[in-house]
Ligand binder design. Structure first.
Ligand SMILES: NC(=O)C1=CN([C@@H]2O[C@H](COP(=O)(O)OP(=O)(O)OC[C@H]3O[C@@H](n4cnc5c(N)ncnc54)[C@H](O)[C@@H]3O)[C@@H](O)[C@H]2O)C=CC1
Ligand SMILES: O=C(O)[C@@H]1CCC=N1
Length: 260
């Protein structure tokens, strides 16, 4: 199957990395920045084409991986070639209806991945326009399942998926960074702090998963009466850490709803 990529930036890089592992896909790409497309050719041996239109004409499934502000420009360039090809957009906050306004009632898929697809541990939200057939849905699903867990949702959930899981790696990195800073403040070297804190987060997740523990159970097991942990938890509560985290994610959700 022929897969086209319009835009060879960060997300496209992770997508191509996953797709090239499967021999059944042939990949064609284009970027206005020719250096970026050439880099893909060098790294992944993909074919580089000369325009957005060429990608659409050469491929069955076309993934548009440009910034939200650039997507309408791409759509207006390709609208006459789309025909019954499948157009996949990964842009945050751009609805299927907004895309239809430019290219008409075509086969459109929205996918919201996160950067963890680069290690095949992504979470990808997916929704389809009504004209996509069941066997086409399966093909798209299969294509993206090599990158992580795919959840097919009603389009109204795409903004929540963007905020929770698309932006998620940045939010998680922010918490991890606070923890590393605390370790450095308490005298550990930066390198040691980094490695130990990653182990702490990873170990806690593995423990919860393998032993099917809830967050409450973990907290109960760790918090001794009159001990150290309760001191830390009380301070987090006093500073409304949970509320701040929830509010931050809701802000990202609202931004996704109003991005263009
Ligand atoms: N970075 C992230 O974690 C995530 C990003 N997204 C979405 O992915 C999309 C791409 O984001 P990034 O990869 O971070 O951006 P990026 O800036 O790294 O890549 C965008 C690429 O598109 C190219 N481009 C712009 N106009 C073009 C055109 N007309 N034809 C061909 N190429 C063109 C640019 O030269 C650039 O290389 C965005 O819409 C974003 O909302 C979705 C999920 C997560
Ligand atoms: O910040 C952004 O707009 C994109 C969407 C999800 C992750 N990055």
């Amino acid at each position: 199957m022929k897969i086209g990529l319009i835009g060879c930036g960060n997300m496209a890089n992770s997508i191509v990395y996953s797709i090239t592992k499967n021999q059944k896909y042939q990949i064609f790409c284009y970027d206005v920045d020719t250096l970026k497309a050439e880099k893909f050719k060098k790294l992944y041996g993909v074919a580089v084409l000369m325009s957005e239109n060429e990608v659409v004409l050469s491929c069955d499934i076309i993934i548009i991986a440009v910034k939200p502000k650039d997507i309408f420009n791409v759509l207006s360039k390709i609208k006459n070639e789309v025909d019954d090809k499948i157009i996949v957009s990964i842009a945050a906050g751009i609805s299927i209806d907004k895309m239809k306004d430019v290219i008409g009632n075509k086969k459109i898929v929205r996918v919201m991945p996160n950067i963890n697809i680069s290690v095949e541990e992504g979470i990808l939200g997916m929704c389809f326009s009504e004209s996509i057939l069941d066997d086409e849905k399966e093909k798209i699903r299969e294509l993206f399942e090599s990158m992580g867990s795919v959840i097919v949702v009603d389009e109204k959930f795409m903004d929540a998926i963007t905020a929770l899981f698309g932006s998620g790696p940045a939010f998680v990195a922010h918490f991890i960074e606070s923890y590393i800073d605390a370790a450095v403040k308490l005298g550990f070297s930066k390198q040691e702090s980094y490695e130990l804190v990653l182990k702490l987060f990873y170990g806690t997740v593995v423990n919860m998963k393998n032993n099917m523990l809830t967050t409450h159970q973990i907290k109960d097991m760790v918090t001794s009466p009159g001990g150290t942990t309760i001191e830390g938890l009380v301070e987090f509560e006093r500073r409304a850490l949970k509320g701040a985290i929830i509010d931050g994610i809701v802000k990202a959700y609202e931004r996704s709803k109003s991005i263009l």
